[in-house]
Design a protein around this ligand. Structure first.
Ligand code: NDP
Length: 296
């Protein structure tokens, strides 16, 4: 094997997919997991099982962490300060931007390099063209380890603020969650009729949502621009539709809270912001007054 030495800590569904891809790509791969038997198949493929976290970290200049969360990560790594010195740690577990920045501060305080990552894939799409993984933190670490990162899919370095990968990751997941929630709501309403099947309805939902998704770049351009918006619509038209969607859901025996809230938000916007829907107005309406996040 000629590849770089890499350690993977955490062999859940995702960690096993990452480690397996590394072995297949020819990287000398050391693995550790709390439940040691999850390494069996990887060892059969050519990975090396470490007996402890310390042994796993010591085996490689680069360690990828893929655990349930940051708390477990800190519990495992806290006693490892000496071992981490001079090595690079990449946290791929799901977490918030603040957790990423705090782990970076801790890791660099131990003399380790640190990158934070967000995996935009499921285990079955790792190492396929569908997968992309987001990274943030010191660019020189990203560049140095790019050949390893590219094993998993395309590697996107977002910037030097370590919180960026988590911010994008959670925002992308938010978009996905709303999409799936919308799908389940739509199916519940449509299949309240005895003649409608979920599969038949979905044959129309997919092209409809695909067409709508193509509108997003134009809306995003309006959000970014200070000029005249390219897309506008009457808020009163949207309000009437939201009220109808709430009523149709209720009539179908489906919970209508989302559309009741949407209608109330539109009523508030009509009262406070004028008659027109714009993409930037919709984003502004979501912001909590007095909290600027990282925009300040
Ligand atoms: P799993 O539930 O399959 O694995 C969880 C991992 O965390 C296991 O290695 C588990 O060890 C370990 N773990 C949990 N609690 C402890 C503990 N107290 N001490 C030590 N180890 C612990 O999750 P996934 O592999 O699916 O997810 C891992 C990360 O990857 C998550 O942050 C997830 O959000 C992210 N991810 C997952 C995706 C997916 O589709 N699965 C997609 C994108 C990101 P043990 O085996 O011993 O229980």
């Amino acid at each position: 094997m000629g590849g770089t030495d890499v350690t993977v800590i955490g062999l859940g569904d995702m960690g096993r997919a990452l480690a397996s891809a590394l072995v297949a790509a020819g990287h000398h791969t050391t693995v550790w997991n709390r439940s040691a038997d999850k390494a069996d198949e990887l060892v059969a493929q050519g990975a090396v099982r470490a007996a402890s976290v310390e042994e796993a970290l010591s085996a490689s200049p680069l360690t990828l962490v893929c655990l349930i969360d940051y708390e477990v990560t800190r519990t495992l790594l806290d006693p490892m300060s000496e071992t981490l010195r001079g090595r690079t740690l990449v946290q791929l577990s799901n977490g918030t931007p603040e957790q990423a920045r705090s782990l970076e501060a801790w890791a660099t305080g131990q003399g380790a390099g640190y990158l934070d990552g967000g995996i935009m894939a499921v285990p079955g799409t790792i190492a396929t063209p569908e997968a992309f993984v987001l990274y943030s933190g010191t660019e020189e670490h990203s560049t140095a380890h790019r050949p390893v990162f590219e094993v998993f899919g395309s590697a996107k370095h977002l910037g030097s603020d370590t919180g960026l990968a988590s911010l994008y990751d959670l925002a992308l997941l938010s978009g996905m969650d709303y999409l799936f929630a919308g799908f389940f709501h739509a199916v519940a309403v449509a299949t309240s009729h005895k003649d409608v099947t979920a599969a038949g309805f979905t044959e129309l939902l997919v092209p409809w949502l695909t067409n709508m998704a193509h509108q997003l770049p134009a809306l995003a351009a309006d959000v970014d621009s200070d000029g005249e918006p390219a897309y506008t619509q009457g808020l009163d038209v949207l309000l009437a539709a939201a009220r109808n969607m709430a009523q149709a859901a209720r009539d179908a025996g489906v919970r209508a809270e989302y559309f009741d809230r949407a209608a109330a938000d539109l009523e508030r916007q009509l009262a406070e912001c004028g008659k027109e829907f714009t993409a930037s107005g919709a984003v502004r309406a979501l912001r909590v007054p007095g909290v600027s996040g990282d925009r300040a």
